[in-house]
Every structure is written in structure tokens, then in C-alpha cells.
Design a protein around this ligand. Sequence first.
Ligand code: ATP
Length: 498
Amino acid sequence: METRFEERFRQYLDSGFPILYIKSYEENKIDEMVRQVSGNRELVEWNEARGFVDFLHKKPLVKRGSSLEETLDYLDMNKEIDRKIFVIKDAASYMSNPVIIAKLKQLALDIVQELDGTIIIVAPLLQIPHEIEKFVTIFSPDDLNTEEIKSVVTQFLTEQGLSKITDNLMEEMANAFKGLCQYEINNILALAIANHGELSKRDLQYIFEQKQQMIMKSGILEMVPVSESIDSIGGLENLKAWLKKKTKVLQNIKSAQAFGVDIPKGVLIAGMPGCGKSLTAKAAANQFDIPLLRLDMGKLMGKYVGESEENMRRAIALAEAVSPCVLWIDEMEKAFAGIGDGQNGSEVTTRLFGTFLTWMQDKKTMAFVIATANNINKLPPELLRKGRFDEIFYVALPNSLERRKIFELHIAKRRKMDVNNINLSELVDKTKGYSGADIEGVIKESIESAFVAGADKLTTEHILSVIENTSCLSELMGEELKSMEETYEDHNFKKASR
Ligand code: ATP
């Protein structure tokens, strides 16, 4: 029986769409599917290793090693593409080659206008040059839903002559396997069976390791090691109390849901630079005891049509695959700036933003988002509406109590024995307008100069003399900070500090 994907693919093939782009790692499976749906049309293929070959036996057709360019010329000449299905593999490096793109476009035009042919591109990543965008239809068969994953596991067990697993374990496996393709699932199952002859709960560990591999390979997400605890944040008491509440929910999600609690979506932490936003993201992951994945917005932006959205979807799928996790979107305004201003690139950003919003809105997994931003004026207003994030916090410059705590923390981190001899009140008085990062900088420099001067301990005077020669954040950014502060007041965001 045909799967839903095969049925849809056959419809597109029969309706004369010129280029069908199948995004998949599983060439063998795709070969089999193409063979089945091809009807009586002739199948030919180009791949980097063997050149132009017949699809079924991979035997050279013209001469050994004919290039992609020569093959496209051949198919264009004398209308050779007519009544043929032409499968292209290994095309990634050619998708920025203007000659290849032009020839592909010409072939696609011929098909649209008069010929009964189809070009099928099979590739693991989506790379569609603008010039041929309108001729291309995308298929993404590797994304399996829960039911499909369960049937892959069941099929594997049957083929291996193994008995069924409990419904509970099947449910856990199906969740853990989310985001992996059939090939990867089968590999992990084979590994588990080879190791202890049956499937059990401990195999979930293999799945997790495999997913870590995927994250590293993706290049879009980075797993950030976290050592910072919530106690290494000076001040921000409201924010910390809120995170502690969420910890209780996240760590007891089953009973929380049974009680009627919603799955936490995430938090936007906006505010002054250097005041502990990134520090909070790390401490939160540590507190929740789940991995921290940092999304690099710069790496998300691609040069091909749809590539940025595809990267966003992939990042989301990866985060969901390793959930529970914290997905940290650093400097969010950089990614979503320019929406609706009609400037270059804003169209891509708007679509990217749409993908993100829809996901946030419908999110049912435990990928807890922590977005951090300096300048919320650059963020689209939709993002700030209630319901997107569970809460939006505003981090201001530390007040005097907070500065005291931050001084204490950073001195204790490096010279615990000196803390009690330092006049913290005097330091606090002299550092109005300092950010947490400024204070950390002052302490580092004071300790270094005390050492260079040959002192045997750190004193209040060492620190005061560094403060005298320091330009703090509010001196450097005076006006800008003031207008930021006004914006935050206007929005009525929750204050991170008490
Ligand atoms: P940016 O917007 O510039 O990225 P940020 O708000 O994310 O800034 P962090 O990276 O968290 O700032 O802070 C920089 C460093 O300053 C931290 O690693 C930490 O050492 C120190 N720091 C800032 N705020 C605090 C705080 N409230 N308590 C303790 N240390 C702090």
C-alpha cells in the first residue's frame, strides 16, 4: 500500500511539476519510492561518483564520468528529457554554480512549456537557488510522526523475531526518537539489540547520545556547558523566584499536567547590556537540570530560497528532539529586526519570525525558550503580546542592594579570604550606574593590580582606585540607556529585581 507521502509524490509527478526536490538522507529508500511511482517513464540519474547513469542499475549511459553540465546539455538537446524522469544526487556544490542553474532553469522551462519530463533532486539539505525557485516543489519525507516512529520500531522487532515491548516503553521510545529519521532509528535499535539482545528503558540513553551528535553536526545549535548556579546571580530576585517556580513544574511535569498546569513555554529577558541576562539563561538550565542549547541566529541565515526558514525549522526540530532542554535565543532582536520595514532581507526575516511564532504558540514539548534581548524597540510587537512567552522580564541596572551582592559574589569567587575586610558600602556608593559586567571588570582589574603591586591581599583602596578610572555603562551609553528605560516602563514588563 502506498504511504501518504508516496501518494502525494505520485500526484505531483503525474501533474507535470518540473522539479521535485526531495530533502532526505535516505537515498536508498527514495530510490525505491521513485521506482515504484515512476510508471512507464524512463528513469535516468546523475550522481557525482558515476556521472550519468541508468537509474535502476547505475550503469553509465553516455560515457563514464560525464559531468552534470554535460548531462544537462544532453537532456536539453533534441528534447531528450521528454518521457523521462531525471534524478540528480550530490548536487549541493552545484547549487551556486550559475551555469548549472541556468541549464536547470532551461530544462524546467522546456518541461513546463511542452515536454513530459520531471527533474527530481535528492539532497539531505535544502538549497534552492532563487532562479529556479518557482519551478521547485519540496518534499520532506524523513520527518516521522509518532505513529510512523512506532511502526518503524514494530517493524524492526518483527524482522528481528523479537517480542513486542510494553505500551509504556513504546510511548517513551516514540517520544525519544522524535526528530530522527528512519535510518537513524534503525541504527540505534540495531545497536541496542547488539548490546543486550532486547529493547529496554536503558536504550533511551543511546537515543540521547545520537541526538547530541545531531546537534553538533547541525552547526546551528550549540550545546553550552553550564556551571553557573542560580546563586551566582546577584540580585534579580523576582526573576530568580519565578525560575524556581518553573523548576518545580518542569521537574514534575506529569503530575503538574495532571493537575491542570500548562507546559511552560519560556521567558523573554530584556534589558541593559551586561546585567546578567546570559548568566540567567545558563543558571536556569542548571537549575532545571536540563541541557542548554544556544541558537546562533547569525548561522541561521542562509543564502538559498527558504534556507533560513528551513534552518529555523531544523533548529526547532532538534531542540524538540532533545527536549526537555532550554533553547536559548541570544540577542533575539538581531534576528528579528527589520520586520515590516520593507528593507532588503525583511521578507526572509518576516517568514522566519512567522515560523518561530507559530511554534511558540502551539508548543507542546518541553523545549523551554529563554530569549534575551537588549533593545526591545527592534522586536516585532507581536512577540511582546501576552501568550507568546509565559513572562517578560526587564533587567535594569543593579540597585544598591544588588551591587553589594554582585561585588560580594565576584570578590568571593576569586579571593574569598578578603571579602570580610572590604568596605562594600563604600564601593556601592561609588558605583551608581554600573552594570554587573562593569563590577566584575572592576574586581578583576583590582585583583590584578594588587598582585602586580606586590600586595598580600585585596583592599577597598585597590578597588576604589580602579573605580575612579573606570567609565561605566551609563557614562558610555547615557542617552540610549535612558530611552531604553522609558520604553521598558511604558511596556509595564515585570521587573527582574525586587
Ligand atoms: P549582553 O546583553 O551584553 O549579552 P548580559 O545581560 O547577557 O549582557 P551577562 O553576559 O549575563 O550580561 O553578564 C556579563 C558578566 O557580568 C557575567 O558573566 C557576570 O560575570 C557579570 N554579571 C552581570 N550581571 C550580574 C549579576 N546580576 N550577578 C553576578 N554577575 C553578573
